[in-house]
Design a protein around this ligand. Structure first.
Ligand SMILES: Nc1nc2c(ncn2[C@@H]2O[C@H](COP(=O)(O)OP(=O)(O)OP(=O)(O)O)[C@@H](O)[C@H]2O)c(=O)[nH]1
Ligand SMILES: [Mg+2]
Length: 1039
């Protein structure tokens, strides 16, 4: 029975300071959903006996079958802290599997706090680090739960002291990750600040400040430590958890000591000196038991020992009495010792209380949004913060105050759309009848029965049989009537509900709001709007043309998210995570709703882009070709429902589904078959993407002999225009332009850095685009602008200054590039200053390097590549055609010469480029200009493309295949055994295994997926976890 009514939750929704929006994050299988069960059970939504077994938040069938979470889902919980402090907690359970990391980022974006779980046996795993990083990047406050403590006792059979040492090590691992992130962010900030300072002062003083900036920054709140009250030790499966504070309270009475002193000393190197009767430091040195071991762990160990290991039933009542607990006779009689254990713990150290108390005390409410987070969420990419128009400033202050008044502008962020079976929508659900209605129905049934009897008795016995025959059509007609009365919905359909958070104002059912797409630019929209351009209210998503990002929608429903259920609300005040109905025609994956058109749009987070890397592709087709339209519709719905999925239609007409990995793919196919398309579908074998790259010429051959100079293949390529060391010279057909390009492998670290920094480069490139391409148009625009501003009599505000956000991330990238290049060797030193472009798509992991003598203005970093530093006629010529040059490079890197796959890790060094002036005589003599070959810009573009491809071919070429880089944790028992993963045998024989170790290995993405779904379970094979990450690795020699 639910203990809290909807009305109570609604009342709390209005008190922003009493709301906590939190998310549970961890590596896969560390126990998030099990923990959520305990929290759900404490609100009476599920029985406490089922907590930990039901995994209530895993509502999908495949989630239950496979035992992993695939979608994040939210539930509203009530908690009372102390006597009178009531809280509403919107809890989101997120998946831990690497394939679903986009689900985590969509959840994190809406939260203010996070519970990070770590399995104490496995320790910090790759996804744990990812979670910590995601939370850090989103400025989310975290608390730590060290889960599965029972495994230390029952499985690992550690002594309490060993367990304590083990726990301190795990705490150190977690804090090391925090420290690393903290240091890099502080150093990053210090470096950019220093750079700007340097620029402005142009180094007037010769005293260099050697301090890194780390010393001055307060990091005391950063780390997890039990004495700070942000760590809980728990076993989600057995339903217990505690903070040291809890024991401090108990022992302060028992030992007659100060509670706060105990709080500080219960964790750490302190022991109880029995002579002086005082707590003293230095337990390790004196070989004493730390207080944590003596007072806490030993009691836990002895409880487990009695109940689980020795199964000593006699002693249980005594233990219960000593703990001041009353067990019911039913529990005492129970044959399963786990039930008794849970009964004891549920009263002694109830998990839900410990967790929710800490959440309410330590995690922030929506009112405590940090400035940094507000800036991040409320960011207008094309303007710096100081230049914001007044309207946006007003929106921002309402946003920051989380104001719920009716006058406040409404801002709602939608982070994903999720499907709900229409049958399960509250409107289509049967409402429980009230007592009156039940009585009424009973009365009607009685009457009907009486009538029937009367009819029967009035008819002759011979007629009765025929009337029985007639009865059936009557029943049918009644049934038909019933069907007619049902609401007219196609019940087997899905409704898409927006997963959203109200940031300011109060969202009301029936309200009309602007829907702002992810690419919406508030400044532009405001100007247009002022010019009298109205938004057509009839437009939906599919009517929007490119460049249009605004539509108007009516909120048909507001829902309270209750895990598997939705409940109807009339309104939702700021600060709450809710579901919104009626937007499927307006929102694809994410969007912003607002009463004002000047509201900046909600950007997809960087980590969601980073994590998804949709490289696992299959071609799909309907089994029955005539069902193509159903497939197309299904793919469209799937695309809407899943942030990490990409649906592509190839030139051949093939439909390709790109997913984040094997498990994700399977889930998508199930969804497509059963939910969205509802047809049989054939999926091809996974198409594994390749990347093309070049490597350094090998120094030794296959039999390890040093390759002689004259044998190297590189040197021989003469006929294609390359000279001895791979320098390619290409002349445009009209002979006006000559260019010389060489390909070189980029240092590995630089490639990695570029892959990670896609966002910064993309932002900068987009900014360049806005400014420079197409050149004539831009010039026109600039002139218009000038005219306009002159007319208005105002000073021309340079709209071109790089917004601060982009500037700092670009500066950061430049610093990092500098570091990596200088570490890569002498030949690369200073290369970062000559970067001209990145490719493909202007942000990829390949570089175009400008080493043209006297053409320094062809540079990626220049704010305005076309207008700065123009020195002479030559470079002016080059700048003019720079766009074509870069485009040629983009084309070449998009499809390499080996198999038309994108390139990766290649640096194209442009050693020279000249453009000759038109020679007048030639033109007149031949009677034609250069026109037969088309415009020069086109010639340059194809020339560059050709030169890049040839330069690439002049080096040893390699294909790179996508691989899973895995670390597998196994138990010692599997030593020397074969294990099977996805039908592929992986021999662990040759690997050294001792205890719980992780093995790093790489698998070809195409052959195996990492999944514990098929065949034998991981556990039965002795594997406790597999972590994987997708990378590209050079695998094949192509020549
Ligand atoms: N021994 C022990 N097992 C636990 C504990 N908590 C969870 N488990 C088990 O760990 C397994 C995974 O638990 P889940 O709650 O599904 O893990 P999760 O973190 O939600 O996993 P994903 O959502 O797939 O990332 C289940 O078999 C649980 O029974 C615990 O405290 N002790
Ligand atoms: Mg889960």
């Amino acid at each position: 029975m639910r203990l809290v009514t909807k009305e109570k939750l609604q009342e709390l929704q209005k008190r922003s300071s009493s709301i906590r929006n939190i998310c549970i994050m961890a590596h896969v299988d560390h126990g998030k959903t099990t923990l959520a069960d305990s929290l759900v059970a404490c609100n009476g939504i599920i029985s406490s006996r089922l907590a930990g077994k039901l995994r209530y938040m895993d509502s999908r069938k495949d989630e239950q079958e496979r035992g992993i979470t695939m979608k994040s889902s939210s539930i509203a919980l009530f908690h009372k802290l102390g006597e009178s402090n009531e809280f509403l907690i919107n809890l989101i359970d997120s998946p831990g599997h690497v394939d679903f990391s986009s689900e985590v980022s969509t959840a994190v974006r809406l939260c203010d706090g996070a519970i990070v779980l770590v399995d104490v046996v496995e320790g910090v795993c790759p996804q744990t680090k990812v979670c910590l990083k995601q939370a850090w990047e989103e400025n989310i406050k975290m608390v730590l739960v060290l889960n599965k403590m029972d495994r230390l006792i029952v499985e690992m059979k550690l002594t309490p002291l060993d367990a304590y040492i083990h726990l301190t090590q795990i705490m150190e691992q977690v804090n090391a990750v925090m420290g690393e992130m903290f240091a890099s962010s502080v150093l990053g900030k210090a470096e950019t600040a220093e750079e700007t300072e340097k620029k402005s002062k142009s180094s007037s003083s010769n005293v260099y400040d050697w301090s890194s900036g780390l010393e001055d920054v307060d990091d005391s709140n950063l780390y997890f430590s039990p004495d700070q009250g942000n760590v809980i030790f728990a076993s989600a499966v057995d339903g217990w958890g505690f903070e040291v504070k809890h024991f401090a309270k108990i022992f302060s009475k028992k030992m007659n000591m100060d509670e706060s002193l105990l709080e500080k000393t219960l964790w750490g190197d302190y022991y109880f000196n029995s002579k002086t009767k005082q707590i003293t430091k230095g337990a390790q040195l004196k070989a004493k038991k730390p207080l944590f071991v003596q007072l806490i762990l030993e009691s836990l160990w002895s409880l487990y020992d009695t109940v689980i290991i020795r199964k000593d039933k006699e002693k249980i009542p005594k233990i219960a009495e000593s703990l001041g607990i009353k067990l019911s006779p039913r529990d005492l009689r129970h044959t399963d010792c786990k039930v008794q254990l849970q009964a004891l713990f549920s009263q002694w150290l109830p998990l839900a209380n410990a967790i929710l108390d800490m959440v309410c005390e330590k995690l922030p409410s929506p009112l405590d949004l940090s400035d940094e987070k507000v800036d991040k969420l409320f960011c207008v990419p094309s303007t710096s913060l100081d230049n914001l128009p007044d309207e946006i400033k007003r929106l921002k202050s309402a946003f920051k105050e989380c104001s719920i008044s009716d006058e406040a502008p409404v801002t709602v962020f939608i982070s994903k759309m999720f499907p709900v079976d229409r049958k399960n929508l509250p409107i289509n659900k049967q409402r429980p009848l009230t007592a009156e209605e039940i009585a009424q129905r009973r009365e009607m049934a009685k009457q009907r029965h009486a009538e029937k009897l009367l009819n029967l008795s009035s008819k002759a016995p011979d007629e009765s049989s025929s009337s029985a025959g007639n009865a059936s059509p009557m029943v049918v007609s009644e049934g038909q009537e019933d069907i007619k009365q049902e609401p007219e919905v196609t019940v087997d359909d899905d409704a898409f509900i927006a997963f959203a958070r109200v940031f300011s104002g109060t969202l009301k059912q029936g309200q009309q709001l602007y829907v702002l797409g992810p690419k919406h630019d508030p400044c532009k929209a405001l100007t247009k709007f002022r010019d009298g351009k109205e938004i057509d209210p009839s437009l939906t998503l599919k009517d929007l043309k490119s460049g249009q990002h605004i539509s108007v929608a009516t909120v048909s429903d507001v829902f309270l998210l209750m895990g598997r259920e939705l409940e109807v609300l009339e309104e939702a005040p700021a600060g709450n995570i809710i579901g919104i109905g009626g937007l499927e025609e307006h929102v694809l994956k994410s969007a912003t709703l607002s009463t004002s058109i000047g509201c900046p749009s909600f950007k997809e987070s960087q980590s969601s882009l980073m994590g998804e890397m949709a490289i696992f592709r299959v071609a799909v087709e309907p089994k029955n070709p005539s069902e193509m339209p159903a497939l197309v519709k299904g793919l469209r719905l799937l695309n809407q429902a899943d942030a990490a999925v990409q649906v592509l239609v190839q030139e051949t007409g093939e439909h390709v589904l790109a997913t984040a990995g094997g498990v994700h793919l399977e889930r998508c196919l199930v969804d497509l078959r059963e939910r969205y398309a509802k047809i049989e579908i054939n999926a091809s074998e996974p198409i594994v993407p390749f990347r093309e790259t070049v490597v350094h010429p090998p120094k030794v051959d296959m039999v390890n002999e040093v390759i002689q100079e004259h044998n190297t293949s590189v040197k021989k390529v003469k006929e294609d225009g390359s000279d001895d060391d791979g320098l390619i010279t290409v002349t445009t057909p009209n002979k006006r332009s000559v260019l010389k390009i060489r390909a070189e492998p980029l240092p590995e670290n630089v490639t990695d850095l570029l892959l990670k920094s896609g966002d910064a480069i993309r932002a900068m490139a987009r900014y360049h685009d806005q400014r420079n391409v197409p050149e004539d148009e831009a010039r026109l625009k600039m002139e218009n602008l000038r005219l306009e501003s002159d007319a208005a009599g105002s000073e021309h505000v340079p709209t071109s200054t790089l917004p601060g956000k982009i500037l700092s991330s670009v500066e950061d990238l430049r610093m990092k590039l500098k570091k990596e290049f200088s570490q890569a060797g002498k030949e690369w030193e200073g290369a970062e200053n000559n970067v001209w472009s990145y490719g493909p798509k202007r942000c990829g992991p390949n570089i175009l390097l400008n080493k043209i003598p006297n053409a320094p203005n062809l540079n990626f970093w220049n704010e305005t590549s076309a207008s700065k530093g123009i020195s002479d006629e030559k470079s002016e010529q080059l700048s003019k055609y720079s766009g074509s040059f870069v485009n040629g490079f983009q084309l070449a890197t998009l499809a390499g010469p080996l198999c038309e796959e994108p390139m990766m890790g290649v640096c194209f060094v442009v050693e020279d480029w000249t453009i000759m002036d038109l020679v007048e005589d030639e033109t007149t003599e031949s009677g034609a200009t250069s026109m037969p070959y088309g415009p020069l810009s086109g010639q340059i573009m194809s020339g560059v493309k050709e030169a890049c491809r040839k330069a690439f071919q002049a080096q040893p070429q390699r294909l790179m295949a996508a691989m899973y880089s895995c670390s597998i944790q196994v138990n010692a028992e599997v030593l020397g055994l074969d294990i099977t993963l996805e039908n592929k045998d992986i021999l662990l024989e040759n690997l050294e295994i001792s205890g719980n170790v992780s093995i790093a290995t790489q698998w070809n993405l195409g052959k195996v997926g990492i999944s514990n779904g098929s065949g034998k379970s991981w556990e039965s094979q002795g594997i406790s976890s597999i972590a994987s990450e997708k990378i590209f690795v050079v695998t094949q020699k192509s020549r």
